[in-house]
Design a protein around this ligand. Structure first.
Ligand SMILES: Nc1ncnc2c1ncn2[C@@H]1O[C@H](COP(=O)(O)OP(=O)(O)OP(=O)(O)O)[C@@H](O)[C@H]1O
Ligand SMILES: [Mg+2]
Length: 229
């Protein structure tokens, strides 16, 4: 089954993302190729926390960029809810990202001139959500345990709190999947565990597939599934 990129109705299939025989290599300055993903096969199910684990340079960011359609690949296939990236225009991939995906990065990209609530609202508007934004903002702030911090500007939040606001923003428009590249990388161990815990809870509660990278073995032990590179 294949649905419109902007459609938000239930998607029945259990696997949200599949990759078959995926190859990604980079062409280097000297003309040689560096193969980072070598004939990879994956199926990532609905409502699970999946962690991509590996040492520095093993290809975690590359994999997350390819699975989220931010980067191209050399051969094989990647699809999200039946949408095969190699068959899609850049515009359709952009829409797919905007409506069906959420993103969280290591260095949080909250807009400094906006409060936590306004940052989340900005995400909602970008995803075309017109109604019920105020209620949804309150709901996601509650989900990340920051109901009392909505009116704080990013500089008025701790690093861990900023990361939780970024997660609230990434999930507010009810994406099918959240991609998070080293979301715990800039946090102390304790806060890192809290973020992973929060992701586990969100994956279950909102049936979102969460794909995150980490190089921390203890954090990877919390995942439903681990992809080792
Ligand atoms: N644009 C590029 N051109 C050429 N080589 C690249 C490019 N981006 C990454 N690489 C190489 O690909 C490999 C994988 O890089 P990647 O950024 O995916 O690793 P990573 O697992 O995310 O590492 P880290 O834990 O340090 O973030 C590395 O060896 C890197 O040098
Ligand atoms: Mg990386």
């Amino acid at each position: 089954m294949k649905i419109e990129v902007t459609d938000n109705t239930a998607y029945e299939t259990e696997d949200i993302i599949t990759a078959k025989d995926l190859v990604k290599s980079y062409r280097l300055g000297d003309g040689s190729d560096l193969t980072v993903l070598d004939h990879m096969n994956l199926s990532l199910p609905k409502g699970k926390l999946i962690m991509i684990m590996g040492r520095s340079g093993s290809g975690k960011t590359t994999l997350i960029n390819v699975l989220s359609s931010l980067d191209t690949f050399n051969s094989g296939s990647v699809s999200l809810m039946g949408h095969e990236y190699s068959q899609m225009s850049d515009r359709d991939k952009e829409l797919l990202r905007r409506y069906q995906m959420g993103f969280v990065f290591q260095s949080v990209a909250l807009i400094p001139a906006m409060t936590a609530c306004e940052n989340i609202d900005f995400g909602l508007r970008t995803a075309g959500v017109k109604e019920g934004r105020k209620e949804r903002i309150a709901e996601v702030l509650e989900s990340v345990g920051l109901a009392e911090r909505g009116n704080h500007y990013p500089v008025e939040l701790s690093g861990g709190e900023r990361q939780r606001i970024a997660i609230a923003r990434a999930m507010a428009h009810r994406p099918r999947v959240i991609f998070a590249d080293e979301p715990t990388g800039a946090l102390d161990t304790e806060s890192g565990f809290h973020i992973a815990d929060l992701f586990l809870e969100l994956a279950k509660k909102e049936q979102i597939t969460i794909v995150m990278t980490t190089h921390d073995v203890r954090i990877s032990e919390m995942a439903d599934e681990v992809i080792r590179l």
